[in-house]
Design a binder for this molecule. Structure first.
Ligand code: HEC
Length: 126
């Protein structure tokens, strides 16, 4: 009986782990996002700053959300559809992913930081 309880407990912990990890990622990503807040808001109908508000970014085509922001020609022509992979590549090196983008940001070199900030964005922009 004791070993049954232990094995049930262990499997519950294993099952719970992915969602715990996800929550932590978003929390860590909130800290990473401090590097973005001078230029971006995330809430619905949030204002544009130097960069566009990011509500509804997942699944949207670059520069095509109706947020009243004046994008660069390069971003409008990019045709990128924002998902985890395209966001990660843009955030790693904006000017490499979209040459002549107006986003003046050096990039997040660490994959973990990109994963975390993307998890955070997902949790607040949809
Ligand atoms: C110095 C200001 C600045 C910083 C810092 C910055 N951005 Fe941007 N961001 C911009 C600008 C400006 C654009 C529009 C680019 C263009 O039109 O070429 C943009 C565009 C974007 C887009 C595309 C939006 C769309 O509607 O297609 C995403 C996504 C984005 N930024 C995410 C981030 C994240 C996440 C961070 C932090 C890791 C960040 N940005 C940091 C200024 C900034």
């Amino acid at each position: 009986m004791k070993s049954l309880i232990i094995s049930i407990t262990v499997s519950l912990i294993v099952l719970a782990a992915p969602s715990l990890a996800h929550a932590q990622d978003a929390a860590a990503g909130k800290k990473v996002f401090k590097r973005c807040v001078s230029c971006h808001t995330v809430e619905k109908d949030g204002r544009n700053k130097v960069g566009p508000n990011l509500w509804g970014i997942f699944g949207s085509t670059a520069a095509q959300r109706n947020v009243g922001y004046k994008y660069s020609r390069a971003m409008k022509a990019s045709g990128i559809i924002w998902d985890e992979a395209t966001l990660s590549s843009y955030l790693q090196n904006p000017r490499k992913a979209v040459p002549k983008t107006r986003m003046a940001f050096a990039g997040l070199k660490k994959a973990k930081q990109r994963d975390d900030v993307i998890a955070y964005l997902k949790s607040v922009t949809e």
